[in-house]
Design a protein around this ligand. Structure first.
Ligand code: 5GP
Ligand code: MN
Length: 338
């Protein structure tokens, strides 16, 4: 049995909004990862089973290694089809926002969504959510939003109706947000849920292979290049920093998602507690942070790089040159070491 952690009042409020809804928009965050997409697709499958007309929309593209997720091909990408997203949103009776704690995390969709009076439900596990939804289901103690969606479906009384496709999406999000159960993964109930998902037909080894063993040759070579030529170790701060320019990316025919996971690599080095990855995008530097123990990635992200996230995994952006971003980090890093 699962502990009833999510407040019953919140479940009832969300159920009430759904009860009155025919068309539902389900939205995940910018730079969608396995949890954002998994949670959105699991929620969508559940709502479709319940007879709703559902549209998943994401602010920008998700990585190709998630293409196989059931329902991924029906996703609308705002940067590619802004009008289609806006048309659906304006007709929607409810909007579900998943795996994000600030409205600006839905990028170009934020303006339309923010202006609509349509009832909004937020389901998320990032700390300190802004108040932009009518129902805020925020529990940072959960390792993934996908686990929260599973719990939401069960608490709504629909576990028996849960499909295998829905279970696959939930499992994928739980797996990717814990590095295949290597961090944030000591909660006993997580393994009870996994057993329930396997009962629904999930082949967890197959999912692992779909997500982690589908590298292109270019991506593998880029990883080798990064580790050999672009990783610096700042011994005094037990920190590793990787920087990648557009030129580097072009050399390896970069595709969206190719650098996913690179930020985790230096944490395999003994003694490294903080890992930083910086990638030059068109108009900005995108940063990812990972840490071990108490080092606060989310503080570095929010104080220095307009970002946020969790204690051990966060991200941000920098509008300027790579060397300026590195300098900023170098200057302030000692302050976070205390
Ligand atoms: P990643 O490094 O995998 O892109 O993101 C790690 C975590 O940080 C995720 O939980 C993600 O939601 C959060 N995150 C990444 N980039 C940003 C950002 O630019 N702003 C905020 N607020 N959170 C971010
Ligand atoms: Mn997540």
């Amino acid at each position: 049995m699962l502990t009833k952690i999510i407040d019953e009042g919140l479940i009832q409020k969300a159920k009430h909004i759904l009860g009155n809804a025919d068309k539902v928009a389900v939205i995940g965050h910018l730079g969608p990862d396995g949890d954002a997409l998994g949670a959105c697709l699991a929620m969508t499958d559940y709502l479709v089973q319940r007879g709703k007309k559902v549209q998943v929309m994401l602010p920008d593209e998700f990585p190709a290694f998630l293409n196989w997720l059931p329902g991924a091909n029906k996703t609308l990408i705002y940067t590619q089809q802004p009008e289609a997203c806006e048309t659906f949103l304006k007709k929607a009776d409810a909007i579900f926002l998943l795996d994000l704690n600030q409205l600006n995390r839905i990028g170009g969709l934020a303006e339309t969504v923010g202006a609509l009076k349509t009832p909004k439900v937020l389901i998320d596990h990032h700390p300190n959510p802004d108040k932009f939804a009518d129902v805020t289901i925020s529990y940072p103690q959960f390792a993934s939003t996908s686990e929260m969606v599973f719990r939401f479906i069960c608490r709504s009384g629909y576990f028996d109706e849960m499909t295998k496709d829905c279970a696959i999406c939930v499992y994928t999000g739980m797996m990717t947000d814990t590095g295949a159960f290597t961090y944030n993964s000591n909660n006993e109930e997580m393994y009870y849920i996994i057993s329930q998902l396997i009962h629904k037909g999930v082949d967890k080894d197959w999912v692992y292979n779909k997500v982690f063993n589908t590298y292109s040759v270019d991506r593998m070579r880029l990883m080798g290049f990064v580790l050999y030529n672009r990783m610096q170790i700042w011994d005094a701060y037990h920190t590793a920093i990787i920087t990648l320019t557009q030129e580097d990316l072009n050399e390896f025919d970069y595709q969206v998602g190719d650098t996913e996971g690179f930020v985790n690599l230096p944490l395999s080095i003994q003694g490294i507690v903080f890992s930083v990855f910086m990638r030059e995008d068109n108009d900005k530097i995108k940063l990812s942070f990972r840490s071990r123990g108490a080092f606060p990635c989310n503080k570095v992200a929010s104080n220095l790089f307009n970002g946020g996230g969790h204690l051990n995994a966060a991200g941000g952006e920098f509008y300027g040159k790579m060397d300026e971003a590195v300098k900023l980090l170098e200057e302030w890093l000692p302050d976070f070491m205390i």
